[in-house]
Design a protein around this ligand. Structure first.
Ligand code: AHR
Length: 511
């Protein structure tokens, strides 16, 4: 194994970036493939509760530490009529879902989603359809969901069994409206005006809403930057967030794993580009307000490895197996690195959604009538959500580097750190991107007082391609490493090749 020189950085509680907003650990449920149907919702399954929600899936969602869930899409929302999914089940229409060429039974809708949120202690994040619909339907949905009662739509919700308003705070103004694949795709100016007028009207119904304007559907979009500027130029004062979406994957014949593992470079540049654009518009408008970033679709997605639409001979099937990526150890290490990239910008990225939650590019997999299990990417997310709370500290690493084809020279170490000011605990999240060598890590701990290693959790292994499957659901799981020490004011640890690491430090005597 190659012997690397140490990567180093200094942590100091005086140099903070920002508080982690719990909304950073959100996820996403779309009516797509088997995310909802034969995923989290499967009446008749031995684990199904009275509402058809799988108890085993609910338990895994809680274990994952998901804080918010965006719903119902995604591309799906741009052709969706929310009214189809409320009221008595037997009266709900069956429709064609054009986005994913599937059959939509509407057995699962807003009420079922809110039940799911209540049972998993998750904050709902709704999207309105700005593809085929507009201001009026968005307003009607907010009235149905959030108005206490005494109007046609709020009384309808009550008649449907929800006496109390849902009180949904976070709303997305459409989905990926810059994308030519989107039903009702818009030019920047068209979307900007529609988003502004929809936002104004939605806030007339409920002034406490927090709204997310669609940013670009990817950093690589040709209109990136110009789109955000046009949208925010119209609705800067109407919205609280702008969205970012990105997925990273390898084409079937692409073997450039080093570039893939460095994809968080792209995440950080993307975030910085959006922050710059927001602040440029804010400065032009002389606004004191700062727009926050909602990274509401992100994940590893190897697009070529599973179908994105059903085969033509299948017509419009119910719950087809779409986007069912089976994740490897390397995918999990990158997932951790993508989270690190967002945490390093926690002052502006205050909401995010791992896309998606169940079966569809997901940390949780299920078999109809069978078990549910954790994919490899489950673990870094769950650990970041469990331990990545508090204040993010600045990390300026001095790390050995290597050259990648896509991103040029990159650090082998990708790291961030979070401190809990109440207990003095510090958690370091670190990825060793090097597939061939262990990376020694030295962290100078300045101004914390005495700290000791509580735990060093590692996700690593001999085979970057190792996966969890139905037959072998626990092939890749985290382990506890030994050897990390704090001596004087220096934390020393060794990061094994291609590994995700969580090093938890605590004050002696503090649990
Ligand atoms: O998450 C899968 C799809 O990716 C979403 O529906 C869409 O918004 C994005 O392009």
């Amino acid at each position: 194994m190659i012997q690397r020189s140490a990567a180093r950085f200094t942590l100091d509680p005086a140099f903070g970036i920002g508080e982690v907003n719990p909304r950073l650990y959100g996820s996403f449920v779309e009516h797509l493939g088997r995310c909802v149907y034969d995923g989290l919702y499967e009446p008749g399954h031995p684990e199904a509760d009275e509402a058809g929600l799988r108890r085993d899936v609910l338990a895994l969602v809680r274990e994952l530490g998901v804080t918010t869930v965006r719903y119902p899409g995604g591309n799906f929302v741009s052709g969706y009529r929310w009214e189809d999914g409320v009221g008595p089940l037997e009266q709900r229409p069956v429709r064609l879902d054009l986005a994913w060429h599937s059959l939509e039974t509407n057995r699962f809708g807003l009420g079922e989603f809110m039940d799911f949120c209540r049972k998993t202690d998750v904050e709902p994040m709704m999207a309105v359809n700005l593809g085929t619909r507009g201001v009026e339907d968005a307003v009607r949905l907010v009235e149905y969901a959030n108005h206490p009662g005494g109007t046609e739509l709020s009384d309808l919700r009550i008649a449907h069994g929800a006496e109390e308003p849902y009180g949904i705070r976070m709303w997305c103004l459409g989905n990926e409206m810059d994308g030519p694949w989107q039903i009702g795709h818009k030019k920047p100016g068209e979307y900007a005006r529609l988003a502004r007028e929809t936002a104004n009207a939605m806030k007339m119904v409920d002034g406490d809403l927090q709204l997310v304007a669609c940013g670009s559907s990817g950093f690589g979009m040709p209109t990136f930057g110009a789109w955000e500027a046009a949208v925010l130029g119209e609705c800067y004062e109407q919205v609280e967030y702008v969205s970012l979406h990105s997925y990273y994957g390898l084409a079937v014949d692409d073997t450039d794993l080093d570039s893939f593992l460095a994809s968080a470079e792209d995440v950080e540049r993307y975030i910085e580009g959006v922050v710059d654009t927001c602040d440029h518009i804010g400065a032009r408008l002389k606004s004191t307000k700062k727009i926050m970033l909602s990274y509401d679709e992100w994940n590893v997605w190897h697009v070529e490895r599973s179908p994105t639409t059903p085969p033509p001979e299948d017509g419009f099937p119910y719950a087809p197996r779409l986007l069912e990526n089976n994740y490897s150890l390397a995918d999990a290490v990158l997932t951790g690195s993508l989270l690190i990239g967002m945490l390093r910008h926690a002052d502006r990225v205050t909401a995010a959604s791992l896309a998606q939650l169940v079966n569809v590019i997901a940390p949780i997999m299920t078999e109809p009538g069978g078990p549910a299990w954790r994919q490899t990417i489950f673990y870094p997310f769950a650990q970041a959500s469990a331990f990545g709370r508090g204040r993010v500290l600045r990390v300026e690493a001095d790390s050995p580097r290597h050259t990648t084809e896509r991103f040029g020279e990159v650090d082998l170490l990708h790291a961030t750190a979070v401190t809990d000011d109440a207990t003095g605990a510090v958690t370091v999240f670190a990825v060793n991107r090097d597939r061939t060598g262990a990376l020694p890590l030295d962290v100078v701990l300045r101004g914390f007082g005495e700290l000791a290693v509580a735990e060093h959790l590692v996700l690593d292994g001999d085979d970057p391609d190792a996966r969890n499957t139905l037959d072998r659901p626990d092939r890749v799981t985290p382990r506890t490493a030994t050897g990390a020490t704090v001596s004087g004011d220096v934390l020393r640890a060794v990061l094994t090749p291609l590994s995700w690491n969580v090093i938890r430090l605590r004050r002696p005597g503090n649990g």
